[in-house]
Ligand binder design. Sequence first.
Ligand code: HXC
Ligand code: NAP
Length: 312
Amino acid sequence: MPDDATMSDDRGLIGLPAPPPIGESALPEGAFEAATVVVTGGGTGLGKAVAVEFARLGANLVIASRSSEHLADGAAALAEVDRTGGERVLAVECDIRDAGSVAAMFSAAEQRFGLPDVLVNNAAANFPVPAEDMSPNAWRTVVDITLTGTYLCAREFGRRHIAARRPGSIINIGASYAWTGGPGFAHSAAAKAGVKNLTESLAVEWGPYGIQVNGLVPGLMPHEDMTADIRGNLDNTSDKDACQPALRVGQRHELGWAATFLASPYARFISGHTLVVDGANWQRRSLTNPSVVPIREQMGRDPFVLPDHPGG
Ligand code: HXC
Ligand code: NAP
């Protein structure tokens, strides 16, 4: 792929330009000074990248997820950009499926920094599986984490803000298959469609209380924390750049920049919107349809056989 607009291949294709380097910011220095931002799943991947961009702009950061290892990783990344060397970072173990655990996480955040100003609902669950092979518990697990977990965190944030009469901003991380469906990811796609819809309901319900609610959808942004399942699926594509209309995949800090903008004072009249940062990949269509390859064939699975115990 050409690096920038000054280079092109012999077809004249240049792709979308590379972003400015990590470390730069469109917002003024200190834009989030004295603000507190909660990022669920902020210890890994895109959540960590989003948290880092808020920290770079001076925010106190609360990262919340199940694994202490992930949280330690996230806290270390944040300490690198936080000029106080980590004093502005709180890592809280939390399972977002559990309303009690979510409430305890918000109480810990409030005790340390005061009422959080921004919530980034980033934590989610996903693995590729043909719908006919999925167990009821596999479906429930992904929907519980991705949709119910997002709702429980938003609910806790909303209740505390409404009671305190304080404005706030919620950003729900989504996926573009909320619009298109996601063959091979039926559970996650249905849950993300729910997240998009929830964003719209909450934006209207809570606008009068000063709470903005927006969605933010990443395109393909590979990172080293991807689960083995997701990474394995990705590895089936040989040239990830060539598969994108942008002729490149996204970089994590591009999502971080979009998140900081949506939560900034410059986006105060944006609510109920879902912003897609994917170089137009989700609108892709071809003049002629390629042959359909069933999902289980794409996944190298044998033909489906009805299990001995229907319902399992
Ligand atoms: C089929 C699976 C499975 C798999 C788990 N299950 N992995 N089924 N294929 N690969 C089933 C289990 O058998 C079980 O059902 C049920 O799911 C719950 O599994 P547990 O391991 O008990 O769940 P839990 O410990 O709560 O872990 C949740 C998890 C795990 C989702 C399974 O992967 C996780 O913690 N993921 C968090 C990180 C993550 O998923 N990141 C991806 C976000 S990326 P039974 O019936 O056996 O009890 C993303 C990208 C979107 O969303 C765009 C991609 C293109
Ligand atoms: P990831 O690294 O696997 O992050 C998922 C995070 O969710 C982990 O930090 C995990 O932490 C946390 N989590 C999972 N279950 C949880 C639970 N029950 N309670 C609390 N935290 C939980 O994935 P990612 O690629 O960064 O994805 C981040 C977001 O972007 C997700 O919403 C995803 O759907 C979306 N997305 C990603 C891409 C992409 O290309 N990467 C594309 C489209 C959409 P613990 O394991 O510590 O709990």
